[in-house]
Design a protein around this ligand. Structure first.
Ligand code: ASP
Length: 437
């Protein structure tokens, strides 16, 4: 058994958090690889080191004095170093970084130093080997991630133990540092998990896993214990904040499960994200999670005898595509076809789109436009195996006096999507959660 662990910024925000991380690593010898983020917030009004580094670099570029901002960074690292009783050259490293920023280092270089320094500190504290991410992770010249070369470079990790690799960055072939997008240490973690052929990718953060519903809407929602990659995709698409797709593709491809865990509550198992085929077949719990988004518009096009007309749908969608619009759903009836589109997609284009639909699809009847629609996805693999899920869902909404505007059951039967009025969004989410949780 081999576990690759990634610790987020709040898990490594100060010396006290470093102690928790060490205890977690020492509690299980199968944890031999760790990817740290840069120190995050210690309290809600605190600054993240990454933000401060970006700020220093942009101040320098604007010709402003970045010294006072850099001092905040310096203090944070020196404090952690001394609180942990280490002397691993932080002061020297920090001076070199300040000089590089002074000499117009790139924003990517500056930002990457947060993880770099934290990696050095953590390796010294654990007595493990520090391996710089710029030797392991490669980017193309145009700045996009180069997976092929990375697989080659990172394969040197296989069979090693006790290694710290800083998250968030790698390098281009010309040697310059390049970062992933914000939050990118998750991606590094996934890459390293694949490289070392880990059995589990543990993603340690400050929450005890993913919640079944948005806690701002549902009071104390339960934690999802197991979720498949596809369910997670549905939930995150619908607005639930979960790991970014980019952050999971290397492990998803390698079929390595991800376990999201809380550094401050290590006794809690958290949420396990598993490959679709490994979903527990005996699990008949219908609901994995419920999530949704507001702000959709429904365009309903009606044309007599539409269902006999070859190519009507094609012509309708061709208008949508030509105007660079993505659509969410296309519920249809005998002589009607509706398009569910997010408002942002239609901005400044509505009149043109309506005009083109009328002309190209030869539509004479008025096109109905309903705005202010919220979509809610009730997601769960177990739905396929349980009877009466739809009945439960719709009676819950009826019981909460919510009017349903659209219904769409994905053909995978992994979710049922309903469209309700924006004003009913929260009531509907609460009713659905209560009906299943
Ligand atoms: N430190 C970086 C950020 O704040 C990367 C990460 O934490 O994953 O975005």
């Amino acid at each position: 058994m081999l576990r690759m662990t990634k610790f987020g910024g709040s898990s490594l925000a100060d010396a006290n958090q470093f102690h928790k991380v060490k205890a977690i690593l020492e509690a299980d010898k199968s944890r031999q690889f760790v990817v740290p983020s840069a120190p995050g917030k210690r309290f809600s009004a605190d600054e993240k080191i990454t933000d401060l580094l970006y700020l220093c670099q942009s101040k320098r570029q604007a010709g402003e004095d970045f010294g006072p901002t850099f001092d905040l960074i310096r203090e944070r690292y020196l404090e952690i170093e001394s609180d942990l009783g280490l002397s691993c050259g932080m002061d020297r490293e920090l001076t070199a970084i300040a000089r590089a920023i002074e000499n117009n280092a790139s924003a990517d270089y500056a930002a990457s130093r947060g993880e770099y320094l934290n990696g050095i500190l953590l390796a010294a504290f654990l007595g493990w080997t520090f391996m710089d991410a710029n030797e392991l992770i490669c980017f193309h010249d145009d700045g996009t991630y180069d997976d092929e070369t990375t697989q080659l470079w990172s394969s040197v990790l296989e069979g090693r133990s006790g290694v710290v690799v800083p998250g968030f960055y790698g390098r281009k072939r010309d040697g310059s540092i390049r970062t992933f997008s914000r939050g990118g240490s998750d991606i590094t973690g996934a890459i390293i998990a694949r490289a070392v052929r880990a059995d589990v990718y543990e993603n340690w953060t400050d929450v005890s896993g993913f919640l079944m519903a948005d806690p701002r809407i549902v009071e104390n929602p339960r934690v999802i214990d197991t979720v498949t990659y596809s369910e997670l995709r549905e939930l995150s698409y619908m607005g639930a904040t979960v790991l970014h797709e980019d952050a999971i593709f290397p492990v998803r491809k390698a079929k390595i499960p991800i376990q999201v865990r809380n550094t401050n509550e290590p006794e809690v198992a958290g949420t396990m994200i598993v490959p679709d085929a490994r979903a527990d077949k005996t699990n008949t719990r219908p609901l994995t999670g419920v999530a949704g988004r507001k702000g959709f518009t429904i365009l309903t096009v009606t044309k007599d005898n539409m269902h006999n007309e070859i190519g009507f749908g094609y012509r309708l969608l061709r208008v949508i595509a030509r105007n660079n619009i993505t659509f969410e759903h296309v519920p249809s009836g005998i002589d009607t076809m509706s398009l569910v589109v997010h408002n942002a997609q239609l901005e400044g284009k509505l009149e043109t789109v309506l005009d083109q639909i009328r002309r190209e699809c030869d539509v004479r009847r008025p096109i109905e436009i309903s705005t202010g629609v919220a979509l809610i996805a009730t997601v769960g693999k177990g739905m396929v195996r349980s009877k009466g899920v739809a009945a439960r869902l719709f009676s819950a909404l009826y019981g909460a006096d919510v009017n349903i505007r659209v219904i769409d059951q994905g053909s995978s039967e992994m979710n049922i999507i309903v469209g309700v009025e924006d004003k009913d969004f929260e009531t509907a989410i609460r009713a659905i959660y209560k009906a299943f949780a």
